[in-house]
Write a protein that binds this ligand. Sequence first.
Ligand code: NAD
Length: 313
Amino acid sequence: MKNFALIGAAGYIAPRHLKAIKDTNNELIAALDRFDSVGIMDSYFPDADFFVEPERFDRHLEKLKYDKGIELDYVSICTPNYLHDSHIRMALRRGADAICEKPLVLNPWNLDALQKMEQESGKRVWNILQLRLHQSIIDLKKKVEAAPKDKVFDVDLTYLTSRGNWYYTSWKGDFSKSGGIATNIGVHFYDMLSWIFGDVKQNVVHVQTHDRSAGYLEFERARVRWFLSINYDVIPEEIKAIGQRTYRSITIEGEELEFSGGFTDLHTRVYEGVLDGNGFSLEDARQAIEIVHDIRNATPIGLKGEFHPFAKI
Ligand code: NAD
């Protein structure tokens, strides 16, 4: 049984990590969040210690080690994106591996620095890239690999979701903390696309605002028009009419990828891989981090070239 600590225990995604730690028969020994609304811990690890101050959290872990011989094996990181780098460093300094939410870091050079720290500490950094374990995505990768090597696929990616006004007040709406929509929401999709279709050849941004982002990505094996939005108004009327606030579509050569279910327990699957030494590494995270960094720093060219039809809205 491995010992875990978790940072960001009061947030939206933390329960999936608590569940993954529990499902893989491991122990949570301590958690940290500066917000103390963490009753959720009772459903998983009522005996874990909880802290709102990093100093006391750190002291506790140190005392467990030196007074009781209890080693920390992993730190799960569920904090805002801009804090991942710091919290990963905390984990490695404590002699634990880090299991960190996406996007692992905001900039490609952060990966280089963390790689050095991995070498110095002998500990590893693992990333949650759960879409790579989704059956539809695995099947698509196999299909692409089985196709003639010179085949380049035409792909349209549309992800329309709805976020209320809270989003813009929270860290998620703060470009410097979340990286904006393409970084915060899109990173899953860019990772999946580059995993399936290979290296990036071209990265063009058409639109980039507070509530939507659109562009064109060319990979070795795909030409992708992409559009992401968090504004309810962008959702097609027929989707709103059936009471849905999210619309997700990925077409490959005009054919819809069936991608609606199959999301439950993917965090647990990622944890299983990590525990077997087969998790997603810093290097696995690199291409998507490069893509989101380039999107974030691009000057949008407007509606020119291969833009997604929704970009006109
Ligand atoms: P959230 O705002 O709901 O939770 C973040 C938590 O971190 C909060 O409880 C906050 O109090 C805490 N926190 C902030 N600063 C802290 C600090 N310095 N020390 C300790 N705790 C601190 O956000 P969320 O939606 O749970 O997102 C957390 C992470 O998970 C983000 O990186 C996000 O991109 C990622 N995420 C991943 C998925 C996925 O599908 N894999 C889905 C949603 C979010």
